[in-house]
Ligand binder design. Structure first.
Ligand SMILES: Cc1cc2nc3c(=O)[nH]c(=O)nc-3n(C[C@H](O)[C@H](O)[C@H](O)COP(=O)(O)OP(=O)(O)OC[C@H]3O[C@@H](n4cnc5c(N)ncnc54)[C@H](O)[C@@H]3O)c2cc1C
Length: 509
């Protein structure tokens, strides 16, 4: 039996929702993964009279394809979709059987209207929490459009292929054999990259807003909901709805919810926002803001949106270490998400740059997977909490270098080492290793505002108790402000606060 009892019980409930017959075409050999895959397929077939399976010759062995009777959907799993991919398996079974995917009709139409032949391959790891979204979006596209196909490839089952293709970050997606994307992507983002995103003309006739929120993380979502609940015209422009929460694995400090996962919380935020008829303009990046009679927000696609008040909640992003090699070797050994990319460095030597909480958590996490971790901290002491430092010090395969400055990440095709300077002796040293995880904090996404609004030396927008900036009618909330602490619950609170501030401004003006 491949499936554990509790998983099997869950699956049983889902399989009852299957609408039409499904055929699993399976290509297996004599290796262990093949045996496990065949056992899984047999078990699935034994659980539902609507599922059958047959042996087939597929491009990769081991792999299996989820088909309708007499119709190839192109949805293939090269690897065993358990772990984080279990949901991808369940959704593939249900959607291939005829159940409609839970996305807006206009998105479904967009996928169906894609012309051309597209074969996607997604390289994933079963421990990657960013991978299922990509796998599920590509599967959905394959199911909806017969000219699209998708194969999920588990890097652990296809080590040689992953190495040959030089894949050092998951999820990595190839389209028709060429690199297409790396990192988490939603269906809408994939569509935008394929060139089917809305252009400026779709924004031309929009009436001015009462409140226009820029940024769709927890701060922006909360600000928009508070505004819309006042019955005023509200819009959100977001480069990527969900913000940092999309990259967060486990959340245990969102008060009243004991434990959740980032993408799950983002789905709830989206549902809540949509409940209020807020105009959500996702995958749109703001490029400048000007105050005339009304505020005028220009988007990168050239469209200009007008509003009586604006709340900026553009959050923050990973800080780069800005040394030679970092940009050139991104996804070729330079990584930012230990939860996602750690498994690709199994048995190798890696460095973590940064000795704060996130750096030390990353080092502890990686030490369980990789051969050796070197932590590089610029200051003479680590800044992480003592409990984390104690845990780190108890690990046999970690070296901590304090008071060192990273000079260069070296390598041509892939990372092969890191060069640093000991700050007290000024001696330059080099370590050979294959991966570098950069964990040196965050930088606010506010460069696009230039001098429009007062910002601190490090770019945070200066706000008062009501979330007001130095420009009347312009408010800000969340990680992009000079608030001392960056947390989901704090961002949501400050979004609500700024929104009430904006409403107050509107009724007085
Ligand atoms: C790996 C990780 C783990 C974390 N874990 C936790 C945790 O367990 N608990 C906790 O409370 N906090 C956690 N945090 C912190 C928390 O996620 C942030 O404090 C919170 O998301 C900040 O919300 P925000 O809305 O201010 O910004 P963000 O979440 O950064 O959202 C910013 C939004 O603005 C958009 N945007 C940016 N620039 C533009 C532009 N020019 N135009 C349009 N839109 C733009 C982005 O696409 C996004 O939609 C974690 C953060 C990270 C990175």
């Amino acid at each position: 039996m491949v499936l554990e009892a509790d998983i099997k019980a869950q699956l049983n409930q889902y399989l009852e929702l299957i609408e039409n017959d499904i055929v699993l075409k399976v290509s297996t050999g004599s290796d262990d993964v093949s045996k496990e895959m065949l056992a899984l397929v047999e078990e699935l077939a034994s659980m539902s009279s609507k599922i059958s399976y047959e042996e087939a010759e597929l491009e990769r062995t081991p792999s299996f394809r989820v088909n309708r009777v007499g119709e190839d959907t192109g949805v293939t799993f090269a690897g065993i979709p358990l772990g984080h991919e279990f949901t991808s398996l369940v959704l593939a079974l249900l959607q291939v059987s005829g159940r409609a995917p839970k996305v807006d009709q206009h998105v479904i139409d967009q996928v169906k209207n894609i012309q051309g032949d597209y074969h996607f391959e997604s390289f994933i790891s079963l421990s990657c929490h960013n991978c299922p979204d990509v796998v599920q979006a590509l599967n959905m596209m394959s199911i909806l459009n017969p000219r699209i196909s998708h194969t999920m490839i588990d890097g652990a089952a296809y080590k040689e292929e992953v190495e040959a293709k030089n894949i050092m970050a998951v999820p990595t997606v190839h389209l028709n054999g060429e690199p297409f994307s790396s990192g988490r992507m939603t269906l809408e983002e994939i569509l935008a990259q394929l060139g089917s995103a809305p252009d400026a003309s779709e924004f031309e006739d929009k009436d001015p807003y009462d409140v226009l929120v820029v940024g769709g993380g927890p701060a922006g979502a909360s600000a928009a909901i508070y505004a819309a609940r006042k019955g005023i015209r509200t819009g959100i422009v977001a480069e990527r709805f969900g913000g940092q929460v999309l990259d967060t694995m486990s959340i245990e400090n969102f008060i009243s919810v004991k434990q959740t996962e980032g993408p799950k919380l983002v789905a709830s935020l989206e549902e809540h926002v949509k409940d209020y008829g807020i105009d959500v303009m996702n995958l749109q990046r703001a490029s400048s803001l000007e105050k005339k009679d009304l505020f005028e927000l220009e988007l990168e696609n050239g469209a200009v949106l007008k509003s009586k008040s604006v709340i900026i909640s553009t959050g923050a992003r990973w800080r780069n270490v800005n040394v030679p090699g970092e940009q050139e070797l991104k996804n070729k050994g330079v990584a930012y998400c230990p939860h996602c990319d750690g498994p690709l460095f199994e048995g190798r030597d890696v460095a973590v740059i940064g000795g704060g909480n996130s750096g030390i958590e990353a080092a502890i996490d990686l030490a369980g997977i990789v051969k050796h971790v070197t932590v590089l901290e610029f200051l003479p002491e680590l800044k992480a909490d003592k409990v984390l430092q104690d845990r780190l010090n108890s690990l046999p395969n970690v070296t901590v270098l304090k008071n060192v400055q990273t000079k260069e990440i070296t390598g041509t095709d892939n990372v092969n080492g890191i060069t640093y300077v000991e700050r007290d002796t000024e001696e330059e040293k080099h370590i050979e290793l294959q991966g570098v995880f950069v964990q040196i904090g965050l930088v606010p996404n506010t460069e696009w505002l230039h001098d429009t609004v007062e910002r601190t030396r490090i770019g945070e927008i200066v706000v008062d108790k009501k979330g007001s900036t130095n420009i009347p009618g312009l408010f800000a909330a969340g990680d992009c402000t000079d608030s001392p602490y960056n947390q989901i619950i704090i961002s949501m609170g400050s979004g609500a606060n700024a929104s009430l501030g904006a409403f107050d401004y509107l009724i007085r003006n």
